[in-house]
Structures are given as C-alpha cells and as structure tokens.
Design a protein around this ligand. Sequence first.
Ligand SMILES: [Zn+2]
Length: 453
Amino acid sequence: MDVKSMVEGYRDELLERLGTLVSINSVEGEPQEDAPFGPEPKRALVTALGMLEKDGFKTVNLDNYIGYGEMGEGDDIIGIVGHLDVVPAFKEDGWNTDPFEMVEKDGTLYGRGVSDDKGAVVASMIAMKVVRDMGIPVKKRIRLIMGTNEETGSKCLKHYVEKEGSVTLGFTPDGDFPGVHGEKGMVGAVYRSKRTGIREIKGGTAKNVVCRNCTILVDRCTFSKKKLEDYFNNNNLEFEIIEEENGTRVNLQGVAAHASMPELGVNAISYLLMGLKEAGFQDPFVDFYASHFGLTTDGEKLGCKCSDEYGALTLNNGVIAMEDGVIEGSVDIRFPVTLSSRKVVNMMKDRLEDEDGVVEIKHTAEPLFFAIDSPLVTSLLEAYQEVTGDMETQPMTMGGGTYAKGIDNTIAFGCAFPGKDYHIHDANEYVDIAELLKQAEIYVAAIIKLLNV
Ligand SMILES: [Zn+2]
C-alpha cells in the first residue's frame, strides 16, 4: 500500500483525536500544583500522551510542562515539536461556531487549534503510526514532542531542553511549508517621556501587535481641530474628537497586524501623535516620538534601518500608557537573519536618548539561520516536493519566532501550505481535512528523509 492510502486509513482516528483535543480549552491558566500552566494545558497533554500510549509508543511526561511519544532506537533523535496550548477564542469575536467544539463543513474543520497546532500534532501522530506500519528499519529515535506553553513564552520547551537536551535533527510543524530556514532576531525595548503636557494616553493590547486603538487627552485649544480632522480624513482614519470637562479627547482607530509585518497595519499611536503635531500641538514627547518613530516601521528614525538578502528590519510600536505623568511605550524590533543583536543595538546607540525622552533596550534574541543547502533544509524540502509536486515554492525566512529558536537543529516545517490563511489566532480558524492528511503524508516523507541524513 502507498503512504497516501495508509494515511487515509487513519482518517477517522485523526478526526476523532483532533475533535477531542479541540474540545479542551487549553489556554494558559493559573498555575496549580502539578499544572505549571493551569489545568487545561495539562489535560491536553495528558490526553495526547494517552493517545500515543494507546498506539503502543513509549511516552514520557516531563512534569506536565511538555511530553513526548517515541519509537525507534539509537542515540540520534529526530524531533517533531508541536504544541497543544492555544490562544483564547470567544464566540463574540466573530466565530460562526463554538470555537471549542470541532465542526466539519464540506470537508473543512473549524475550531480553535485545528490548524495551530493541534491539527499538526495529530497529523504527526498519524505519521508516526504509518512509519511504524511500513516496517522500515528505524535506527534513530523518532520523538513527537508536545509542549503546552508555546503561545505564552515557550517555558515548556525550555524545560524540555533542560531535562532532555536538544534533538539531533528536527522540525516544528508550526510555521510554513516548505520550511522556514531563517527566523529574524529580536530587540525588545521601551521608550519613556521626560517632559510632556499630555494628560492621558492609552493604546494597544500587546507588544507584538500593531496598535489598533489609541486615545489621548490634552489641554483645550492646543491644536487646530480643523487641521487634525483633515489629517485623519486624508488618511481615511476613523476618529472622534470630544470636548471633556478637563480637556479635549481624541480617539483614533487604526488597523491591527502582527508585529513582524507592521507595514500591513495602521498604527493608531503613530497616526494620532503625528496628526496632533501636524495640527500644531506642541509637546516635547510628541517631538521625541516624531524624531524616533514617526510613521515609519523600518527603524530608520532610530538609526537601525537595515536589510539582508532575506528581508528588512521591522519595528512596531504596540502599546502605550501613562503613569504618574510619564508616558511609556513598547518597541518590538525584528532584525534580519544574518545580523546579530549586538550589531543592531550598536546602530541605535546614538539615538537612544535626548532631552525629551529615552529608549531603553529590555531584551534581545538572536536570529535562527540555516543555509538553504544545509541537510536539514534540503531533506525537508525534498519531502515536501515529493508529496506535493510543488517544485516552485522555496524555503523562506520570517519575522515571527517559533519553537525552532528554543531547540537546536530544528526549523519550522508546515503546517501551513503556501498562500493559505487559516485564520490562526483569529475567529473561525480552520483546516481542510484533505490538507491534514497531506500534512501527515509529508511528515512521513520527512521522517524517512531525516532517518537517512
Ligand atoms: Zn503555533
């Protein structure tokens, strides 16, 4: 029997298992004894390990942080690293169905996690079963590692590496086909005002999202209302200007986007502050923002604009707030895969402080980069090409970070097919059943390739 038919033979089991896992609302919760990320991520892990145990694989639970199922023997470990936790989902966010009840419509599955990443985990389970059924010699250990804290810090994978070390070769099915051979590095920073007449400012929900909504309260008659309205209207922005007892409030709506692609969003903080400046509002903090960020998302004004053959640096202003008269905001910089954080920070060093404000570097993370002709990248690419026949799409680099950054010798591979948007982290997350089966088939091919590297 060919691999495709063997995978197809597990179709019902794949759907049943995915339905079971989707029904567990494994969003991070309050830590409890023996449940470091709350009871539901733990339940998802114990449930998934139970499935692998039922299959007859050796299973290990590492303190309810992360666990794995394993087959084969030898010193080398092929790791498939997926995750069972999910981001929150609420019906009122625009879901057409209950996000925690998997629903099938015309061959498409809907539910939180059907794609990211429970679907990929279940497809990997089926791939392991098929490899075993094939009866080929397995002289390495094939290990399906399942974490429970990917979405909120990957502390699960850190725990794994502390206890078990890295893997010999591996992939995380939590990115894109036909493989992500580079992930940008990161610099996280905050900026602070030194002097300002602004009374209130608040905007954004997360550092890694382009600010969608910003509100500010300033003294009356400090800017031209007409000029501000013109500025917003010229930029097609939705806004409100409200006279309040203690000043004039301006609310502005932007467009959210992921921090790794800030150019796709419309930053409400930036447009609000630059609009006020255009309208004649004079303030040291606004001057600081204008000279260090303005409307740019490429780091130019902070002195760190740069790129390599794989992409350019991006900069996102995610959240802003004011406390005790000081304004503080977040900066999320993703820098090209062939650079180092030292180099990027050095580029900014003369721009970090002036009399109006200061930028403080909080943390840095180095990029991940495998040469496009490295054995890991080429093996996975070949597996993808053999199953799909798609010889056009090439391995890519990206601005987001995956598990691959947290464990050696690993890149993201799958689960998203080229050009598809599965509404990951959004309402109505979905995956086609045919794609899940195709994923499993590709993972079988990938495991076989990696057995032979
Ligand atoms: Zn994920």
